[in-house]
Design a protein around this ligand. Structure first.
Ligand code: FE2
Length: 277
């Protein structure tokens, strides 16, 4: 599935880009389904706000028990000082997570297939297990920053084989908050690890290597339908979306079938695990 050049880019730079991986029709079906999930969501249930400053989630049961469910999370800037939504609900959701790929038929279809299994195989993931799905809205004007991080901070496998599969559902560019990555940064150490022990989440500093600066980072500007595959240690971030356009994306995270899922992961599941096929 990957060309030799794409495979080599993944090895060398920690990520690769596959344009035209999903069709316009497939994207439309996924977007419509996400819209319906948000429509059905009663904001009274939770005002859980998502932020990669996971500190805010440490005692957030709604988040910590979402690993095998379909739940909606709000943007940081969705509420005013009185706790009232500042925009309509459909424009206030940050993401849906974290098990649509196993629980919702439309998401199941989008998240599986021989093509995805082949990409996983090409980058060396054997018998992959897909642990997490996220539908990320990056809403116009209030879509928040996702600070520099490595996904292996939040998803712990032994050995570390966490790999992200990021699908652009709309064109993503600097204006609406595309991904930025540090090519080659997958060779840098894991800076932090988020563990849940006895129901309490805590981020530990493992290494003080600074985050990339200046021209160490490059924007990954891609068209809708593109798949970006990236290594769990690759530093990446996305700027806030201050534009008038949304920047919908869908992500899956998988590990090699021979890695074990650490018991201190925040994400725990009581539903069967599947691969990409
Ligand atoms: Fe990430």
């Amino acid at each position: 599935m990957l060309s030799e050049a794409q495979r080599q880019q993944f090895v060398r730079e920690g990520y690769t880009v596959v344009p035209g991986f999903r069709s316009v029709d497939a994207i439309t079906r996924l977007r419509n389904r996400a819209e319906a999930i948000v429509d059905d969501f009663d904001p009274g249930i939770s005002s859980s706000v998502f932020s990669t400053e996971m500190q805010s989630h440490q005692s957030d049961d709604y988040f910590l028990t979402s690993g095998d469910k379909i739940r909606c999370f709000f943007e940081d800037e969705a509420f005013d000082a009185h706790g009232q939504l500042v925009v309509e609900k459909a424009k206030a959701i940050n993401k849906i997570g974290h098990a649509m790929h196993d629980l919702d038929p439309v998401f199941v279809e989008f998240s599986h297939g021989a093509d995805l299994a082949a990409v996983a195989n090409d980058i060396g993931l054997a018998a992959s297990k897909v642990y997490q799905s996220m539908y990320i809205f990056k809403q116009p004007q209030i879509g928040g920053v996702v600070n520099w991080h490595q996904d292996a901070t939040y998803l712990i496998a032994n050995p570390m084989t966490v790999t992200g599969f990021w699908f652009a559902l709309e064109d993503a560019d600097r204006e609406n908050g595309c991904l930025w990555v540090e090519p080659g940064g997958q060779h840098s150490p894991l800076r932090e690890q988020f563990n849940v022990i006895d129901g309490v989440g805590r981020t530990r500093c493992l290494d003080t290597t600074p985050w990339p600066m200046g021209d160490q980072a490059i924007p990954v500007e891609v068209k809708a339908g593109t798949l970006v595959v990236f290594h769990g240690l690759l530093p990446h971030y996305s700027a806030p979306n201050r534009s008038k356009r949304s920047r919908h994306a869908y992500t899956l995270h998988a590990i090699d079938g021979h890695s074990t899922w650490d018991p201190t992961n925040w994400l725990q599941r009581n539903i069967p695990l599947r691969g990409f096929a």
